[in-house]
Design a protein around this ligand. Structure first.
Ligand code: PMP
Length: 423
């Protein structure tokens, strides 16, 4: 869609949906630039969950009570909202998990343990979050398989020529993040998936940082598995999703056993439900699933394209402002980026930057962002990361820029005409 035809977001009105953003924090306005770590929930989501808890709650998929049937209906309606959001062909391809981490562990533990053997390779990109590294390392150690890594350049762009060389017959699965949580790079996952499929290799996509910013169509991407978390998407913590291709999910064994996932149990033999039930042992996060459904309704009402256009404008504005600050280096300069801006300040540790910004009411994240291999690749211990959402505006970025000058002032490195840059 042509972004210029989209109506701009009315951020001032939207912010009224978020008590945290409109209430002074430690006596100052709060500039929340940390949505990549966790988004904020609008009132509509909080109220929907509270209503469910107050008036509608019991366990789901159990019993004949009207209350239980209605709770089950609400829970399954939320699954349908996720299906529509991802454009998945059918409802039973949407599996509830606790989050991206659990979704990726499910793939590694269920598909991986059944299909990976000694000598096989698991291919991962150089910009994966630990949650798309560690489960595969655990599996590789258990099976005698090995991990190979797709390199990236100094901008944070994956080397697709290297990818083609790495896609050998030994590779059984490729794990790739759709959007990097450190660099902001939007990876060309459709192209990468096509290249892998041409060699008969499956692809699992970590969508944790993509779904808040991009419209995702799992069929168009042809992803074999796609994982995301509710809390990055204006929903609550404790809920996530794994989408999988039907024939893959059907062939995969359960990975956790217990109630709700069985057809019959005897001392001799247990039989399992079909998908998605066989992957959802125990009482699921019902309130959270309903909350995620409400979050998707909320985002849909604003319009995903409008959100993307707004965030892109903020990213461009912030990039331009930060690029003017002497001694500041942006980590992640890929041409195609989404909503994440990591940087380092010469001679100042990112934790100090984060703490001083915090004092000014600017919430950012400082650290390795659960991506230590990315830190090693750029030869830095950590970054300070600002990340943008639909409820942010230029004021938040101006507060960030002013805060960075304050940091430099404190460390005696602000000799670069701060007044001009803060304007
Ligand atoms: N992958 C990426 C790219 C992420 O940014 C995150 C969250 N930082 C995760 C995976 C893990 O998500 P969660 O902690 O919600 O399981």
């Amino acid at each position: 869609m042509n972004e210029r035809l989209l109506t701009p977001l009315d951020v001032a009105t939207l912010r009224k949906d978020f008590a945290l953003l409109t209430t002074p924090f430690q006596g100052k306005p709060l500039h929340y630039l940390d949505s990549a770590v966790s988004g904020q929930m609008p009132n509509a989501v909080i109220e929907r969950m509270a209503h469910y808890q107050r008036f509608e709650h019991t366990n789901v998929h159990r019993g004949v009570s009207t209350l239980s049937q209605e709770a089950t209906d609400r829970f399954e309606e939320a699954r349908e909202k996720v299906r529509a959001f991802l454009h998945a062909p059918s409802l039973n391809q949407i599996i509830w998990t606790r989050g991206t981490t659990e979704s990726l562990n499910l793939v590694a533990q269920s598909w991986g343990r059944a299909n990976i053997k000694a000598g096989d390779e698991i291919l991962l990109s150089a910009m994966e979050h630990h949650s798309n590294i560690v489960p595969w390392q655990m599996l590789a150690t258990e099976k005698g398989a090995s991990i190979k890594v797709i390199p990236m350049d100094d901008r944070g762009v994956l080397d697709l020529d290297a990818l083609n060389t790495l896609l050998t017959p030994r590779v059984k699965i490729l794990g790739i993040t759709h959007v990097s949580n450190v660099l902001g790079t939007v990876n060309p996952v459709k192209e990468i998936i096509a290249a892998a499929h041409a060699k008969g290799i499956l692809v699992v996509v970590d969508g944790a940082q993509a779904v808040p910013h991009l419209a995702v169509d799992v069929v168009d991407l042809d992803a074999d598995f796609y994982a995301f978390s509710g809390h990055k998407l204006s929903g609550p913590t404790g809920i996530g999703v794994l989408y999988g291709k039907k024939e893959l999910l059907e062939a995969m064994p359960p990975w956790q056993g217990g109630g709700s996932m069985i057809l019959s149990v005897s001392w001799e033999k247990t039989t399992y439900m079909g998908i998605p039930g066989k992957f959802e042992a125990g009482t699921p996060p019902i309130t959270e699933a309903i909350g995620l459904g409400a979050a998707l309704d909320y985002l849909k009402a604003i319009g995903l394209e409008r959100i993307a256009a707004h965030e892109q404008e903020l990213l461009d504005y912030a990039t331009q402002k930060l690029n003017k600050i002497e001694g500041l280096r942006i980590i992640g300069t890929a041409p195609n980026k989404a909503s994440v801006l990591s940087f380092v300040l010469e001679g100042i540790h990112p934790h100090d930057v984060g703490s001083i910004l915090d004092h000014e009411g600017v919430v950012v994240r400082a650290g390795h962002h659960c991506a230590q291999p990315v830190m090693k690749r750029f030869d830095i211990p950590a970054t300070t990361r600002a990340s943008f959402a639909y409820f942010n505006d230029r004021d938040d970025i101006d507060a960030l820029v002013a805060g960075i000058h304050q940091v430099k002032d404190i460390f005696g490195t602000d000799s670069d005409g701060s007044a001009e840059e803060q304007s």
